[in-house]
Design a protein around this ligand. Structure first.
Ligand code: ATP
Length: 359
């Protein structure tokens, strides 16, 4: 959990920096991970996720700061001395070796005894459903099976900390969902501390105990998935999580309170909220037959169990989305009235930071 610290933390980063020439890839990164937790590094392309993982692994030296694993300062140590296992996007399987040889490669290199190797292979292969595939070569496996071999190689290392860099990005959507559950179950069963890099918010929200959302080399928010969703710390976090993401609407002063820009008839917040950005999640907005904010439907997306209605509000170009159960028959262009909740998410438009709720 984010509050883990001191000797209990399996991973502790203090003010870690990484400079590539002019580029500051990591800027003052401090975080802790509790033993047995799954921490996801989430963020858009280029935000520094992979660099942070590589600094943790010892594949890149940090330009500043400290990396501690299970209480030991490993900042200057090479990867092999850090007690880690790693799974990469590419799987990095050797094409000329069998599945069994691939799984055991690292143990051979570390001169683990033959009987011990065999026992670990049997355990890992059983756990990951690879027992019947041990004599095949990687080219004779599906993408999901190759992924499992890469996982098995991390499992046999029996290292308490496992690092994964976008391990599912080569798989199709269905297999990805399956592997997500498998990795999470395995991580929990083995009590591993795992750091998992992805740019996929669904992966992050569904797997993590702790999500570290990154932006331009810095931590934007470090929180549980529930807290990240319920209380995004900034407009960036609000826009990154949720499908569709939270709408952000400009509020201005109106006759009866703060109103959405261009819709003066309908106060949506206390007068003090004028000038802020109002965040609305699509499930907080509902069509209503009675009194409500007048809007116009601009798009209808039927998703099976629900329909997402894109709506335009007022004359100021403000838009939001409503998620309604089932199939909604209204067509684009139709007028609609919307019921909004009391304001929960307000942001400062200048800094993007979350504001306290108005009294
Ligand atoms: P992606 O999801 O696209 O892999 P990322 O969040 O993992 O992105 P990084 O690969 O960590 O991002 O890159 C962070 C920044 O550091 C980027 O601006 C990138 O161009 C830069 N960078 C990464 N590796 C190097 C390197 N070896 N030399 C120079 N710049 C680098």
């Amino acid at each position: 959990m984010p509050s883990a610290s001191g000797p209990q933390a399996a991973i502790q980063l203090d003010a870690v920096r990484k400079q590539f020439g002019e580029t500051r890839a990591l800027d003052d990164i401090s975080l802790t991970a509790a033993p047995g937790s799954l921490v996801v590094l989430l963020g858009p392309s280029g935000c520094g996720k992979s660099t942070l993982l590589r600094v943790l692994a010892g594949l890149e030296p940090a330009s500043g700061g400290h990396v501690r694993l299970n209480g030991r300062d490993v900042t200057g140590l090479p990867p092999g001395a850090r007690g880690l296992s790693m799974v990469f996007q590419s799987y990095a399987l050797f094409p000329h070796l069998t599945v069994a040889e691939n799984i055991l490669f690292g143990l051979r290199a570390r001169r683990v005894e033959r009987a011990e190797r065999a026992a670990r292979l049997e355990r890992a292969a059983g756990m990951l459903g690879l027992a019947k595939l041990l004599d095949r070569r990687p080219a004779q496996l599906s993408g999901g099976q190759q992924q499992r071999v890469a996982l098995a190689r991390a499992v046999v290392a029996e290292a308490p900390i496992c690092l994964m860099d976008e391990p599912l990005s080569n798989l199709d959507a269905k297999l990805r969902a399956e592997m997500r559950r498998e990795i999470r179950a395995l991580q929990q069963r083995l009590g591993l501390t795992m750091v998992y890099v992805t740019h996929d918010q669904v992966e992050a929200m569904s797997m993590a105990d702790q999500v570290v959302l990154m932006r331009e080399g810095r931590i934007e928010q470090d929180a549980t998935p529930a807290a990240l969703y319920a209380e995004p710390a900034s407009t960036f976090a609000a826009g990154f999580i949720g499908t569709p993401p939270m709408a952000l609407l400009r509020l201005e002063a109106g006759p009866g309170g703060a109103v959405i820009a261009g819709a003066p008839e309908h106060p949506v917040a206390a007068p003090a909220a004028a000038g802020a950005l109002l965040g609305l999640r699509p499930e907080q907005v509902a069509p209503t037959e009675g009194e409500g904010l007048p809007a116009r439907i601009t798009g209808v997306e039927f998703l099976g169990a629900e329909t997402v209605l894109a709506c335009a509000v007022g004359t100021g170009g403000e838009t939001l989305q409503a998620r309604v159960p089932g199939h909604h028959a209204l067509a684009a262009g139709s007028p609609i009235r919307l019921r909004l909740p009391p304001p929960v998410h307000l942001f400062d438009p200048a800094t993007g930071r979350r504001l306290p709720r108005p009294a």
